[in-house]
Design a protein around this ligand. Structure first.
Ligand SMILES: [Zn+2]
Ligand SMILES: [Zn+2]
Length: 63
């Protein structure tokens, strides 16, 4: 049995939607990693994933 190779620190985790894409962003709401195609920038360094954007936007619209 070969030992699992001890790699150096892993790079960014993979995007939750694209397993072959490096997650360069993290949703500010659910904290899950996403690639930049999957997040919506909200300005001021805040990003939300599409799911949270819907939720947050829906919530804001209710006010
Ligand atoms: Zn999210
Ligand atoms: Zn993605």
């Amino acid at each position: 049995m070969a030992k699992a190779q001890h790699k150096e620190k892993p790079e960014n985790p993979a995007c939750r939607n694209h397993s072959d894409q490096e997650a360069t962003h993290r949703c500010d709401n659910c904290k899950k990693p996403y690639c930049k195609k999957c997040v919506r920038e909200q300005g001021h360094d805040r990003v939300f994933c599409a799911e949270c954007e819907l939720r947050v936007a829906g919530f804001l619209n209710l006010i």
